[in-house]
Design a protein around this ligand. Structure first.
Ligand code: TYD
Length: 141
């Protein structure tokens, strides 16, 4: 299955079923991950009724987002198309390219999110207003 939203696609990790007892999920730069990984962060402590997160786009940052435990809903919007994805396995992530609005919600009680990012945290790279995002992508297209 493919995603039709611009700058966005599924990323499948390599899996090794280690002696039938545990699974290794492998993300390597240049192989599964299409950028140099400069930052890794996780989101933990999520509850079933936690607020939605995200609601922003990045001007240049690229990320791959995974759900390594439990499940959550990811919404991606390129300014024209919007898609919803349920992430519920450590093996399958979503590449979030630049200029892509995204939000996460509907966390399961035990949800753990893992994100690999192409750059360090830079607040100046965020667009946190949806109308501003639409104006921004019109200008650069
Ligand atoms: P934000 O990216 O807005 O969270 P989310 O998209 O999950 O809702 O980040 C929340 C806060 O944490 C914000 O004040 C910025 C800060 N932050 C950092 O300082 N470094 C980081 O690497 C990240 C991801 C966030």
């Amino acid at each position: 299955m493919e995603l039709f939203t611009k700058n966005c696609r599924y990323i499948d990790l390599q899996q090794i079923y280690d002696k039938g007892d545990g699974i290794i999920n492998i993300a390597e730069e240049s192989n599964q991950i299409p950028f140099n990984i400069k930052r890794v962060y996780s989101i933990t402590g999520l509850k079933k009724n936690s607020d939605s997160r995200g609601h922003h786009a990045h001007k240049e940052l690229q990320q791959v987002i995974f759900c390594i435990n439990g499940s959550f809903k990811l919404i991606v919007n390129d300014g024209l198309n919007e898609e919803e994805v349920i992430l519920n396995t450590p093996q399958k992530g979503v590449y979030l390219g630049e200029e892509l609005w995204h939000a996460m919600s509907d966390f399961s009680a035990n949800c753990i999110i893992l994100v690999l990012a192409s750059d360090l945290y830079k607040e100046a790279d965020y667009i946190r207003d949806f109308n501003e995002f639409k104006t921004y992508i019109k200008k650069i297209d």
